[in-house]
Design a protein around this ligand. Structure first.
Ligand code: OAD
Length: 229
């Protein structure tokens, strides 16, 4: 089976009703990264950080996977599919994708501030001050904040280097190290970009661009790939 590796960003979940970060009306227009998405922010004002992620988590319970997520799950009938997502939502899993690697953490999980190996599924949407791990320390969102290490980048690099086909969907490729994954893809591997604002990626030759929303672009590409294999 050919291996397809897919790198997704906030754009694939946009049509489900989740806001992206950097588009106009994106989340980073309303909130400052320094206030809600760094360890320093957490040290300064835990409640503000908890509120920000509680809102995101609450909303996640109100939305559903869209045609883009669904089409990717469909690909597994003919390909060995691995999704590397920058998203902290669980819409790929809910659409039925089996192999999903979360680079930036997962909204529905929380972890200990004392021992990062203590990770829990949160019951419901709200994480509160005073919610403790089994060792008695405050729980924090299981999110990779700016400035923190990205532990899953090594397996993501290995997957990218072994891709027979590489697909990039709905990411501005602004955040590293995630954005560097495209440079680990072999020269012979075809790369597809699906994003209404997609631009060529410097240094990559074998690129096909679908300059359209994931909800139509992904099913189109998947259709094409299902026929060609
Ligand atoms: P961005 O908000 O930076 O980029 C979203 C991309 O999605 C843009 O390129 C849009 O053109 C595209 N887009 C918008 N609507 C779309 C649609 N319907 N279909 C397809 N594409 C669409 O989001 P990311 O690149 O995912 O990290 O951001 C990367 C990281 O920055 C996030 O994981 C998050 C953020 O800060 C952390 O919080 C650690």
């Amino acid at each position: 089976m050919k291996r397809i590796v897919v790198l997704t960003g906030a754009g694939i979940s946009a049509e489900s009703g989740l806001r992206t970060f950097r588009d106009s009306n994106g989340l980073w227009e309303e909130h400052r990264i320094e206030d809600v998405a760094t360890y320093q922010a957490w040290q300064r004002n835990q409640q503000l950080v908890l509120d920000f992620y509680n809102q995101r988590r609450k909303q996640l319970y109100e939305v559903n996977p869209n045609a883009g997520h669904m089409a990717l799950a469909e690909l597994e009938k003919k390909y060995d599919v691995h999704i590397i997502t920058q998203n902290v939502d669980d819409l790929h899993e809910r659409a039925g994708s089996s192999n999903v690697l979360h680079l930036h953490g997962e909204l529905k999980k929380v972890r200990s501030t004392l021992d990062e190996n203590l990770v829990y599924e949160l019951d419901g949407w709200e994480l509160r001050k005073g919610d403790l791990c089994e060792k008695g320390s405050q729980l924090r969102p299981h999110i990779v904040w700016f400035g923190e290490a990205v532990p899953m980048i090594e397996p993501a690099i290995a997957l990218s280097a072994e891709a027979d086909i590489f697909i990039v969907i709905g990411t501005s490729l602004n955040v590293y190290p995630a954005a560097s994954l495209v440079y680990y893809v072999r020269n012979s591997t075809p790369v597809y970009l699906i994003d209404p604002n997609a631009e060529m990626i410097q240094g990559l030759k074998n690129i096909t661009i679908f300059r359209e929303p994931a909800g139509t672009g992904v099913p189109k590409l998947v259709n094409q790939l299902m026929k060609s294999n």
